[in-house]
Design a binder for this molecule. Structure first.
Ligand code: IPD
Ligand code: CA
Ligand code: CA
Ligand code: CA
Length: 264
């Protein structure tokens, strides 16, 4: 395969092409072309067309790699190398013309993300990383926050679309964090949440029930920005395991706190 640095630059350019298309469609969204995957789970032609374009172009860039994609453009196929794509992360924001949405492209080797690119067109911010190559925002190196206490932290999260059996524990965690931090934020794009952790805007991010395409790119960007990603057990089942905590200096304390409610 070609070297990761070269591939990263090519994927960055591709993500900007995807972002330009999404941004141009955002203002003129045809509401008749919005579908519901679930009661509060929306998808539009922009998600689907962006994904088709990305699959086509990434296949040309790296023919040996398989795909895992949200909108099912191509058969979900994993090989040694796998592209993990969320063409439009933050669809609900996009459909309401909230300017927090992005395209997220990760590359796995086995189950480990080795390259990640997130582009948010409305803010024109390009976040990327590759294994051993550091993380950048618009070409400049970024680093996670060094804050050491949860109390000194701004924390991001997301709300799962469906009810689940740990709802009580989940609400207790929210209650604790709401009252013992600088604040809690729910931006509506897990990929942007992770990018913002990587550049230190958020001290940490946690969410339950995420999918691999929400997080693959963000994981390597946080790791290369000096951060840590773990699951609610403090282990490493966060890519496919639906539980993810990412952050800088407070990540261990946040995991202990979440686990103390989750496993009570
Ligand atoms: C969603 C966003 C949201 C998160 C949801 C995801 P989508 O992705 O990342 O922040 O809370 O769990 O499904 O559907 O906008 O690509
Ligand atoms: Ca979706
Ligand atoms: Ca998503
Ligand atoms: Ca999506």
């Amino acid at each position: 395969m070609k070297d990761l640095q070269t591939l990263r630059r090519e994927v960055e350019i591709l993500s900007q092409k995807a972002g330009a298309f999404m941004k141009s469609e955002c203002q003129k969204m045809d509401k008749n072309r919005i579908e519901k995957k679930g009661r509060n789970d929306l998808v539009s032609y922009v998600d689907k067309e962006t994904e088709k374009m990305l699959v086509k172009e990434l296949s040309a860039l790296f023919p040996e790699a398989g795909f895992i994609t949200e909108e099912g453009t191509t058969e979900q196929r994993k090989s040694t190398y796998t592209w993990v794509i969320d063409p439009l992360d933050g669809t609900t924001n996009f459909l309401h013309q909230l300017p927090l949405y992005c395209t997220s492209i990760g590359l796995l080797k086995g189950d480990q993300p080795i390259l990640g690119v997130i582009y948010a067109p409305e803010t024109d911010e390009l976040f990327s990383a590759h294994q051993g190559g550091g993380a950048t925002r618009n070409g400049k190196p970024i680093h996670v926050s060094e804050a050491e206490t949860i109390e000194d932290s701004l924390i991001a999260t997301g709300f799962p679309y469906q009810r689940f059996d740990k709802m009580d524990a989940y609400l207790q965690i929210l209650d604790h964090l709401m009252h013992n931090t600088h604040g809690l934020r729910r931006l509506g794009s897990a990929a942007i949440d992770l990018a913002y952790v990587a550049c230190g805007r958020f001290e940490a991010f946690y969410e339950y029930n995420l999918k691999p395409w929400d997080v693959a790119a963000g994981i390597i960007i946080v790791q290369e920005a000096g951060g840590k990603v773990i699951d609610f057990d403090g282990q490493d089942n966060f890519l496919f395991g639906k539980q993810l905590i990412a952050g800088g200096g407070i990540v261990g304390d946040l995991q202990q706190l979440i686990a103390s409610y989750w496993y009570k």
